[in-house]
Design a protein around this ligand. Structure first.
Ligand code: FAD
Length: 316
């Protein structure tokens, strides 16, 4: 989808320094790869975001939302059309005490998941520790149903606020959100708030009062385990493949297929955790895709299991 001159002019005049043209997506992804987005907009105010969405609907223009870019592989030719980032707005976190056992915490979609975890610990609320160390935003974590063996977003969420197609916020209760393993089942559901591509503004979570010391102790154990088992100081998008529904994990299968350390260009299967593909330095998305294909073929050949990517592959 190409934008015409008039549309680009409107964007430049309306959003000023908040809009960039031909912006390399490698700057906005944890893997550090990805070609240019035609248009990249990071509105500073929620009102700007809402104006933008109304304009996109009126002009029948599609868009892609980027959160913290930690679960994305953007291809080398980049993204045609508009990428919206909310990283400059929607970061507030606050809570309401419902009763002795229940606290409702609301967090803006662009707040870091780790900030939400720290907010919970700081207020002695238990229930968020499962998400510690996941480097995404609240919005991205909800869309991905991010989590670990200790739990996932669907366990704590009670509702989201999304933008509707007329650019107004609308509250959606959990029962209307089709969560599945590492995602929201949008193919089945088709739309959230009338939008083919949903835009989350806020998440609401039910936590419970706890003992701060116990929460901190658990948090520290979780973080130590993560640091020992994951290549946290190298560029990656976390676990590249979903775990099969039963049997060995994707990481175990890749390891057993003898692929730890396997390289294509500067893309490598991590020697610390075989389900992480890391960018050693100058990997391209093409290197990472080639390594992904190689892994899938090897695991299929050895175990007759097709690994499905957890990482979202976007662009051209
Ligand atoms: C070192 C490392 C460790 C990780 N560990 C884990 C882990 O333990 N568990 C786990 O589940 N994941 C893990 N991840 C993956 C990743 O952090 C999560 O999937 C995270 O939730 C993605 O959030 P994000 O904001 O970066 O989303 P992005 O990568 O920016 O986007 C992911 C998807 O969400 C959509 N999206 C983002 N924000 C919004 C919004 N506001 N409205 C609508 N759509 C939106 C995007 O369009 C995209 O489809 C890890 C990643 C890294 C790099």
């Amino acid at each position: 989808m190409q934008l015409n001159k008039t549309q680009k002019k409107w964007l430049a005049e309306t959003f000023g320094s908040e809009v960039r043209f031909d912006e390399p997506m490698s700057r906005h992804t944890s893997l550090g790869v990805g070609g240019p987005a035609d248009v990249y907009i990071a509105p500073k105010e929620k009102s700007g975001l809402m104006d933008l969405v109304r304009w996109l609907q009126e002009n029948s223009l599609s868009y892609f939302i980027v959160g913290n870019g930690t679960n994305l592989l953007v291809l080398d030719k980049g993204i045609r059309g508009i990428v919206i980032s909310m990283k400059h707005c929607l970061k507030d976190i606050q809570h309401t005490t419902l009763d002795r056992k229940n606290i409702l915490v609301t967090a803006g979609a662009a707040a870091r998941l780790n900030s939400l975890c720290k907010y919970a610990t700081g207020n002695s609320f238990s229930g968020m520790n499962f998400a510690l160390g996941i480097p995404g935003s609240v919005g991205g974590a909800i869309i991905m149903n991010a989590g670990t063996v200790q739990g996932n977003m669907a366990d704590v969420i009670t509702a989201v606020v999304a933008l509707s197609s007329n650019g107004e916020p609308v509250r959606i209760e959990k029962h209307a959100l089709p969560f599945r393993y590492r995602g929201l089942d949008l193919k089945e559901h088709k739309k959230i708030a009338g939008m083919q591509t949903p835009i989350l503004l806020e998440g609401e979570f039910r936590l419970s009062p706890g003992d701060r010391h116990a929460i901190e102790k658990e948090a520290s154990a979780i973080m130590q385990k993560r640091a020992a088992k994951q290549p946290l100081h190298q560029r990656s998008a976390g676990c590249f493949f979903k775990n099969p529904t039963k049997g060995k994990s994707a990481g175990e299968l890749i390891d057993l297929a003898g692929l730890k350390g396997k390289r294509v260009g500067d893309a490598q299967v991590s020697t610390i955790h075989a389900n992480f593909i890391i960018n050693k330095s100058n990997a391209t998305a093409t290197d990472i895709l080639a390594l992904k294909d190689l892994i899938q073929k090897a695991v299929l050949r050895s175990f007759n299991i097709t690994l499905e990517p957890e990482v979202k592959i976007v662009g051209t």
